[in-house]
Design a protein around this ligand. Structure first.
Ligand code: BGC
Length: 807
């Protein structure tokens, strides 16, 4: 681990107020510099799926990657490394020093709104993939932030919830991915979460921050708070190094006073500053500025586009397939479902990125198949209409797809006048404006004949005009919760009959609201579900094959809110049933990051889960359906058979407390122990386009953990990627089955490959709660070589003496 320097000399050049000043951000995503010691201001950017820039929204155009579950679905450390390198290139292009990712909280309950942003339900898979991502980013001199530390696994009451996790479960499950990522990849920063863990809020958790992270794990990086998560000066003594964002916050003069009074030791302040200087040194913000010889490709460069398409396809998962996939020579394909055209390519919240373009599934399929594909509409999938799609609306000033946004003071003086590709914007975190935003004007041109739904999204007093239309109205808050104007902006819409081009203008008076999300709604007037299903049935009957796209939207998969059900929203199940009943063959594409219920699974011919596949998503789906790229993904979480049928379900705290009562039996570990019905699809499941025979398993037990080798033969007629998974089922029923290693291999048609899985010694431990330390796990048990626990190919008993006995 490189510690770079000791920085004592620089510390001596700073007095206490100068040191404390550095420990709170200078703005939403930037830090203070100090020319006296050659420290340049560092900048951060959210990063899980793209380097979005310094503002909450409306940032620079940036590559939009497939979401975290889609990347993790590849089970490929090489691919995560490449994703990290890509993100680093994006950061360098934008002058960003630290990318705020990866998110490595676990998929404890599938209801959690932010599951889309983190890798999986398994600590080993999560930790190893995170380590690869971190190595990819940091090898280019850009920092990462491992977040959110720790047990930050749901959104309900997210600022205050106290997650109660027993000591062994915390160590063996929730801390483990942090341990693996820190040990294997040394992320340069770590982010302390909003929640409390066992009664102590994360940003003040001395036992975890100072004790475990900086002490036991020997972490030398910088610990920052999640945004607005620092409550007090006590955090400075508890191990937190940096308060984000700034410039305001609970430290500043209060921390200077606390040190003067002896409540916080000055050594603690020095340690925080030393860590901050180490970060600056690592990212090239200390001393001579960093030189970046490379010139990273633009987000819409053909090389980037191909890379993003291939990444997305590699994580797509074939859930069922009776042989219809890859698609063949069907001449007439009925494409059905709103997500076919309004494909959801990213989740909601702080990870949102302004992509150069967003390729829908309809665009992607049409680009390859031309008029063999006919889009036949679908049922409503959202309760609130989405902001207008670029393409349906254009900027009235420069004609580009998207809208024009003017920010003004309350008196109407112009602050900014920008084009935006996305028809929504978060106001109030913009830096460098000449004054506070009081009014916002959104304008767009649309060229349509027939009924359209027009409207706005956002709280406040609006004036909406379009041709002869002039409407004045007020959108009132519904709940009064803090941040409602950003987190739950409400729409106001009306249906207007158009007979040609028109410019729509919507002007909002924000009143006293400082932070708000505003958007412009414009789309063809929706049909009723009955009409939409009747149209789809007609189209399916007249086609050779129906491709139905179903999914979730950012109403379900978003930061700040959890779900209440895994059922597909709206009448999507009825749509699939009706189409499957009449179409010669039906393929369903699931456009969601997280599990959904598929009650019709046995009545369709194939199901492909495509995640939130990023800016090239539609091209990737087309390539996967046609077999030009193999959808070689494996599931990263168990897909339950019904609501409630998982070992950890509720995410609603009771009196502020959420008990992790299932202990270590999370996800597949709980399903396998009979603590919940078998899932519809197991963690690790995924058919790809290969067919596999497993034989001749051997284990080498000489090292700290077994090395398992197995011969896999590809029975299919084309090259395919297999992911060999090794699980350990301890004989001790108190210990859950666990993934202990995996390895991927590409195997040609008819060929056989020996695949070796290096199991991870960190899974052969248990936490001894009486001695408060790790102990060896009893080796008695069974090794399972599997394609997910629903398809176990070979078993071998490990005898108490550690020998292997083939079952
Ligand atoms: C999120 C973090 C994010 C931060 C900055 C917070 O709301 O929890 O993941 O990095 O905002 O945007």
């Amino acid at each position: 681990m490189s510690l770079v320097g000791d920085y004592d000399e620089l510390l001596r050049a700073l007095d206490l107020p100068a040191k404390v000043r550095l420990l709170t951000g200078a703005s939403f995503a930037a830090l203070h510099g100090d020319p006296a010691i050659g420290l340049a201001p560092m900048t951060f950017s959210d990063g899980p799926t793209g380097v979005k820039g310094q503002s909450m929204s409306g940032g620079p155009l940036a590559c939009l990657l497939p979401n975290a579950t889609a990347l993790a679905g590849t089970w490929s450390e090489e691919l995560l490394l490449a994703a990290g390198e890509l993100l680093a290139g994006e950061a360098v292009r934008q002058g960003v020093h630290v990318v705020l990712g990866p998110t490595i909280n676990l998929h404890r309950s599938p209801l959690a709104g932010r599951v889309f942003e983190s890798f999986s339900e398994d600590p080993l898979l999560t930790g190893k993939l995170a380590a690869a991502y971190i190595k990819g980013v940091q090898k280019r001199g850009v920092g990462t932030s491992l977040k959110h530390f720790v047990a930050n696994d749901a959104e309900t009451e997210r600022q205050t919830v106290d997650n109660r996790v027993d000591e062994a479960t915390l160590r063996e499950v929730y801390l483990l991915p942090f341990e693996i990522a820190i040990e294997d990849a040394d992320p340069w920063t770590l982010m302390a979460a909003y929640n409390a863990i066992n009664g102590v809020t994360a940003t003040e958790h001395d036992a975890l921050l100072n004790g475990v992270v900086k002490g036991e794990l020997g972490y030398h990086g910088l610990i920052m708070s999640d945004w607005f998560a620092t409550r007090s000066v006590a955090a400075a003594a508890g191990g937190l190094d940096l308060v984000m964002p700034g410039p305001y916050g609970p430290w500043g003069q209060a921390l200077v006073d606390a040190v003067a009074e002896g409540a916080v030791a000055e050594e603690a302040i020095d340690d925080h500053v030393r860590r901050l200087l180490r970060l600056a040194d690592r990212v090239g913000a200390l001393g001579s500025p960093r030189a970046h010889p490379e010139d990273p490709p633009a987000p819409d460069d053909p090389q980037r586009r191909a890379q993003l398409r291939d990444m997305a396809a590699a994580g797509m998962t074939v859930l069922t397939n009776d042989g219809v996939l890859p698609l063949g020579s069907e001449n007439r394909i009925a494409l059905i479902g709103v997500p076919a055209t309004d494909t959801v390519l990213l989740g909601g919240g702080s990870s949102m990125v302004t992509a150069p373009h967003q390729v829908s599934i309809a665009d992607g399929l049409t680009a390859v198949l031309g008029d063999r594909v006919r889009f036949a509409g679908g049922v409503e999938v959202r309760t609130t209409p989405a902001p207008a799609r670029a393409g349906f609306v254009t900027d009235p000033v420069d004609g580009r797809p998207g809208i024009r946004v003017r920010l003004m003071t309350g008196d109407g003086d112009e602050l900014t006048d920008d084009h935006m590709a996305d028809a929504q914007r978060i106001i109030g975190f913009d830096s460098g404006l000449a004054g506070p935003v009081g009014r916002v004007r959104l304008s767009a041109r649309l060229d349509h004949k027939g009924p359209v739904q027009l409207g706005v999204l956002g709280l406040g007093s609006w004036v909406l005009t379009a041709g002869a239309l002039h409407e004045e109205f007020v959108v009132e808050p519904l709940t009064g919760i803090p941040g409602e104007a950003i987190l739950a902006p409400r729409p106001h819409t009306l249906i207007v009959d158009l007979d040609g081009p028109v410019v729509v203008e919507a002007e909002l008076d924000l009143g006293r609201t400082e932070h708000a999300l505003v958007g412009l709604i414009a789309r063809p007037a929706p049909k009723t579900d009955e009409e939409a299903i009747a149209d789809a049935v007609r189209a399916a009957r007249g086609a050779d094959l129906a491709v139905v796209v179903v999914g979730l939207t950012d109403e379900q998969e978003t930061e700040s809110r959890d779900k209440t059900t895994l059922a597909l929203p709206g009448a999507q199940d009825a749509l699939v049933e009706a189409v499957a009943a009449v179409a010669p063959r039906t393929v369903v594409v699931v456009n969601s990051a997280t599990p959904v219920l598929l009650p019709w699974a046995d009545r369709v011919d194939a199901i492909l889960a495509v995640g939130l596949p990023g800016q090239e998503g539609g091209h990737a789906v087309a390539a996967a359906l046609l077999g030009d790229l193999e959808p070689a993904g494996r599931l990263v979480s168990s897909w339950p058979i019904a609501d409630g049928a998982g070992p950890a379900w509720s995410v609603t705290p009771e009196a502020g407390v959420l008990e992790y009562a299932e202990g270590p039996f999370v996800g597949y570990r709980g399903h396998a122990a009979g603590r919940a019905p078998a899932p519809r699809y197991w963690f690790g499941h995924g058919l790809g386009y290969g067919r596999w025979e497993y034989a001749d398993a051997r284990a080498d037990l000489a090292g700290p953990a077994p090395r398992v080798t197995v011969a896999v033969r590809n029975l299919a007629t084309h090259t395919s990627r297999e992911v060999v998974q090794v699980y350990f089922q301890p004989a001790d029923a108190g210990q859950p089955v666990r993934l202990v290693g995996w390895a991927g291999a590409e195997v040609g048609p008819g060929a056989t490959a020996d695949v070796t899985v290096e199991c991870d010694a960190r899974l052969w431990r248990r936490w001894d709660t009486s001695a408060h330390r790790w102990a060896d796990l009893d080796l008695a048990g069974e090794l399972l070589i599997a394609r997910g626990l629903g398809d176990i190919r070979l078993r071998a008993a490990v005898e108490p003496n550690g020998n292997l006995h083939r079952a």
